[in-house]
Design a protein around this ligand. Structure first.
Ligand SMILES: CC[C@@H](C(=O)O)C(=O)SCCNC(=O)CCNC(=O)[C@H](O)C(C)(C)COP(=O)(O)OP(=O)(O)OC[C@H]1O[C@@H](n2cnc3c(N)ncnc32)[C@H](O)[C@@H]1OP(=O)(O)O
Ligand SMILES: [Co+2]
Length: 134
């Protein structure tokens, strides 16, 4: 079902500082901040030769990453995103196999303009998984 690793997301307490660190210390190709109100986050994508890093910062009081940053005030790896060919088929199969597909299993449009959904971290070894249809 899963294909390439699309991105690794890191929740950060200071988006500007984290972006500057990747750009100026690590010499990475860092994009501009992108507000994603439907997801309650502002993101900065960093292009690597084989995948992307997604820096995440909360947008709004109901942001899904507020709790994560409260527990991890210095930031930390928040999720990994795998590519799938058919997100509806993936969602159906995962629900049949007992995984909790968040948001009722209905995909939302993600930061790349493509459908995404999330799988509960407690069902996957403590790792929040995002699936993106490519
Ligand atoms: C920009 C769009 C998109 C893209 O295109 O790339 C994105 O990436 S959006 C990214 C942000 N969106 C999301 O994270 C949506 C999915 N997340 C959720 O629905 C919730 O955050 C959650 C995963 C259901 C957690 O719910 P929450 O209420 O925040 O936390 P709890 O305290 O209830 O957590 C329960 C339990 O799970 C542990 N947890 C929480 N988040 C993570 C995580 N990211 N990785 C690993 N574990 C996580 C949390 O610690 C709790 O465990 P216990 O303490 O043992 O109870
Ligand atoms: Co993501």
């Amino acid at each position: 079902m899963i294909g390439r690793l699309n991105h690794v997301a890191i929740a950060v307490p200071d988006l500007e500082a984290a972006a500057a660190q990747y750009r100026d210390m690590l010499g990475a190709n860092v994009g501009a901040p992108q507000e994603e109100p439907d997801h309650g986050v502002t993101v900065v994508f960093i292009e690597l030769p084989n995948t992307k890093i997604e820096l995440l910062y909360p947008l709004g009081e109901d942001s899904p990453i507020n709790g994560f940053l409260e527990k991890n005030p210095s930031g930390g790896i928040h999720h990994v995103c795998y590519e799938v060919d058919d997100i509806h088929a993936a969602s159906k199969q995962l629900i049949e196999k007992g995984a909790r597909v968040l948001g009722g299993g209905a995909p939302k449009i993600g930061a790349h303009g493509k459908p995404v959904l999330f799988l509960h971290p407690k069902d996957f070894n403590g790792t929040l998984i995002e699936l993106e249809q490519v």
